[in-house]
Structures are given as structure tokens and as C-alpha cells.
Design a protein around this ligand. Sequence first.
Ligand SMILES: *[C@@H]1O[C@H](CO)[C@@H](O)[C@H](O)[C@H]1NC(C)=O
Ligand SMILES: *[C@@H]1O[C@H](CO)[C@@H](O)[C@H](O)[C@H]1NC(C)=O
Ligand SMILES: CC(=O)N[C@H]1CO[C@H](CO)[C@@H](O)[C@@H]1O
Length: 549
Amino acid sequence: MMIGPVPLLLLLPILPRPASAALLARGANGEAFGEPAGAPEEDGKVLRRSRRGWMWNHFFLLEEYTGTDYQYVGKLHSDMDKEDGSVRYVLSGEGAGTLFVIDENSGDLHATKRLDREEKAYYSLRAQAVNKRTGQPLEPETEFIIKIHDINDNEPKFTKDVYTATVAEMSDVGTFVVKVNATDADDATYGNSARLVFSILQGQPYFSVEPNTGEIRTALPNMDRETREHYQVVIQAKDMAGQMGGLSGTTTVNITLTDVNDSPPRFPHSSYHLSVPESAEIGSTVGRIKANDGDVGVNAETRYSIVDGDGREAFAIATDRETQEGVITVRKHLDYESKRLYTLKVEASNTHLDRRFLHLGPFKDTAVVKVSVLDVDESPVFGRWSYIFEVQEDKPVGSTIGVVSAWDPDVADHPIRYSIDRHTDLDRLFNISSENGSIWTLQPLDREMSKWHNISVVATESSNPQQISRVPVFIKVLDINDNAPEFAMFYETFVCENVKAGQLIQTISAVDTDEPLIGHKFVFTLSAINPNFTVLDNEGNVSMQPFYF
Ligand SMILES: *[C@@H]1O[C@H](CO)[C@@H](O)[C@H](O)[C@H]1NC(C)=O
Ligand SMILES: *[C@@H]1O[C@H](CO)[C@@H](O)[C@H](O)[C@H]1NC(C)=O
Ligand SMILES: CC(=O)N[C@H]1CO[C@H](CO)[C@@H](O)[C@@H]1O
């Protein structure tokens, strides 16, 4: 950190001062600077001012002196001093007697300690020449300044130990990435101790640093994130304007290339083969295919579509946002027996295109997807959703009332067996031919007992009893007039002996269980002819039979 001592004491003039002081100073190197015009210079001897009003009151002292002796600062001399030993020099002010000591006889000024400019750059002191004998001042006190001269004892320091920065891949050469900053505690106004120059120690040829500003820029064209994403760049700052012997500091800059859409989606295979059972429900997934995209995020977003093929109607494709896969689904019912293989031409295309990189495209790709429909052992199919049969109630037992039919939709076309679900025909009124599906009665039917017999017929594949279908069979029993009218009740009629002719003595009604339930018309006649009574039909809904004498 410290460089060797360079004993150098300078003597400089400052602005004219209208004083009568006559104290002169001479620098440690014996040279005088800024001597007013016309001032004679005698090498090795104290300079005398040629003109009153000029004051030599600046000393310069190198910081970080490491010598064993006191560092010589300079010499004070009063022109009242005839060098006869009668003058004593007295020092006061900052550090007087501690940091700085004066030889009271010769006026030689020394620094007792190592001084650090970065701690304190100026010391303000006063000196006076007094008569040794009388103690009287020979002239007014004189102020002077000791300026601590900078040496390059501070290395450059970056404001951050580690910088992180990003820059888009494929950026043009010279694209700004980040600016690094370094400071140097040394005196920037003097010499080159604080003049920094940046250079790149690691990170070439990808990046460069501007020597004076610390701006890091890209240095290589077509830097591809998909090839390499992270770079560690080491930047050095060196003072002394980068010259030999300067001090240096380094910092690390972690640079990440950000993604641009420079990679098109590409199917890894030109054709795919998927299969789906014919029983697959609409909307169910057939399979997934994926076009690879080297980019990330929105730059890898891909949309899939079916652009051609005989399966355009039967299948659909959508994008899984998470995985960027194309998901093929069933769009309509499939039937192995009618079509067993579909072909789809699927296109994958990027959704976020970057105009600057379209020449790296096309940003889409196609693949052929063949979808095989797999045969599924399907249950028998009835010719109708339901059957309605009508049967007259007086049909003899064993009469066929209807035929149902079902078949196996599979290619194998296995024979079908029919049966009646006995839970729907607990009284065993019906039977069915297991071979031909014809249904007949096992018992007489009575509409007046039950007008409907709703049963369920089961069709089973003879080769696979698991394949079962059912169909409802509604059997309607039709009415025939198989019931005689009956009197609604037993009638016993009493007639008074003095009853008058034409007087109503009894109303009679009848019922019939055949259809219709109400509204039957009955004809009433007297079975025993007795001229003393008559029956009158009043043609009402309910038949009434008045008796007359
Ligand atoms: C159906 O099969 C039954 C015996 O199971 C038979 O009596 C009937 O004649 C057959 N009907 C037809 C239309 O073949
Ligand atoms: C049978 O089906 C017919 C027609 O659907 C319906 O009117 C009737 O109520 C049903 N009978 C029974 C007992 O379910
Ligand atoms: C058949 C019958 O009973 N006829 C009777 C009708 O009424 C007359 C008069 O009351 C009787 O004399 C009949 O016998």
C-alpha cells in the first residue's frame, strides 16, 4: 500500500499578502518555486524576498514517510536573523511541538510522525522569530501551511464487489450492458494516483469495457442464450492511469443473456402414431405431441392446429399452457367398424414473433399424426329405444304379442340371446324366444286387472355375457267387452198399497267393468211382465229406472 518514501519538500508562493512579515521558508529539496520575477536564486541558500509583500508560506510534505529519521519539512528564516545566534524560532498551531518540531536556532522544520493525507491534508501553523535575549518578537507572527503531498497509497475500490446485469441475446456488438464504478481515495487533483483506467481481465471476447468510463458492452455478434446463458466478467480498475506501478482493484460482473425469440418450434419427429378406443368419449384425450423450442417464457409459447388430414372433423388439438404440448382430443364419436385410421397434419407455431429474427425461421413446423381407432367389444344394440306392443285381453295363452331384435355392433357380430328381466315380470306373464326375440304370453291377460305390463328385455352377446343391453317393452292390454253389466246394488222395493199410478217408487243403476269406465249405456227391461209397473229410461249418465203403477 505504501510506496517508498520520496523525500520531497516543495516551497511555493501563495498570493501576495500585505504584511510586513519577513519570514522566509525554503523547501526541503532546496528549490524554490514561484519566485517572483526578478528574485535572485542562490542554490543551497535561503532565498530572500526581493519585494516585501510576498510570503513564502507553503510547505509540502509527503505522506506516508517511513524513514527512521524525522522527515525534513523545510527551513524558516527571518531576514532579521543576522545569523549571529541571537534569534530563536518559535512554532505554534496545529501539531506544533508534536507532529512538527522546529530547531529554534536554525529554523529547520521536521515532521515527527508519518502523516496520512487521506486523514488530514493541510496543517496550519504559525512561526515567529524572537530575540533570544529579550524574548521580544523581531517581527509579527507568520502563518504558514504544510500541505501533505499525496502518494499513491490507495488502491481503486469498486462501489460493488459483484455486479449483476442482463443483456438480450443476439444484441448488436457494442450494446451497453452495465457501467461499473470505482473510486480512489488518493488526491484526484494531483498526479495520477486517482486516475483510473478500466480493463477486462476475464470475459473476452464476449464483452469489453470502456477504459475511461467503465461501461461494459457486448463485443461479440450473435451471442446465443441457448448456447450459453451466464458469463462471469472480471473488470480491473488501475490507478496511475493504468501505468506500471499503479494500484488496482477488481470486481466481478455476472452477466446473464436474456431470451429473445430466435428459436423456432421444431417437432423432433416428422410423424407420430397414436391410438384411441372407439368408445372414447367426446373431449377425451387421445395423446400429446410437443414441438421443442429452445427459447423460454413467451418466446417458447406455441399454438397447435390441425391444418389438414381426414381426421380434421374427428379430432381437435389444443395447447397445454404449462407444458406447451399439443393435446389431441376426440371431437366426435368414433366407430372402429366404419373407420379405423385417421391422419392429421398438425402445425405448431410460435405466438410471439420477433421481427428482428424472422430470418431465423420459419417459426412453425408440421408433423403428421396417425390415429388408430381401436376396436372395443360393444354391447348389443336394439333396433329401437323402446317397444310398445298391444294385445287383446282375450288372446289365448301362447299368443305372440311382438318381436324385439338386437345385434352385436362389433365386426365379429356375435349372436344375441334374449331374455326378460324377471324383476319386471314377477308374475311370469310373458316369455321370449332367446333366439329370435319374439314375445308371447304365458298366462291369460285381464285388462281389468292391469292395463299395462311394462317389462324389460335383455340382450346378451352369446360369446360374452358381460356385454348386455336392455330395452323397455310396454305391453298394452286392449279391452274387449267381456263383462256383463251388473246392478250397482241389490234392490228391495216396498210399495204402499194406496200408491198412485205414475209415482216414482225406485231408481235403479248398473255398472260395467269394461271400457269405458264411465259413460256406459245400459238398456233396462222388466224380465217379468207385469202391466202394473213400467220402467222409464231417463237417458242420464247413470241409468235410473222409475217404476210406475
Ligand atoms: C321364434 O322361436 C320360437 C321358439 O323359440 C318359435 O316358436 C317361433 O316360431 C319363432 N318365430 C319366428 C318368427 O321364427
Ligand atoms: C307403463 O307404461 C305406460 C306407457 O308409458 C304408462 O302409461 C304406464 O303408467 C306404465 N305402467 C306402469 C305400471 O308402469
Ligand atoms: C198381474 C197382476 O198382479 N195384476 C193385478 C193388477 O191390479 C189389479 C187391480 O189391483 C189386480 O186385480 C190384478 O191382479
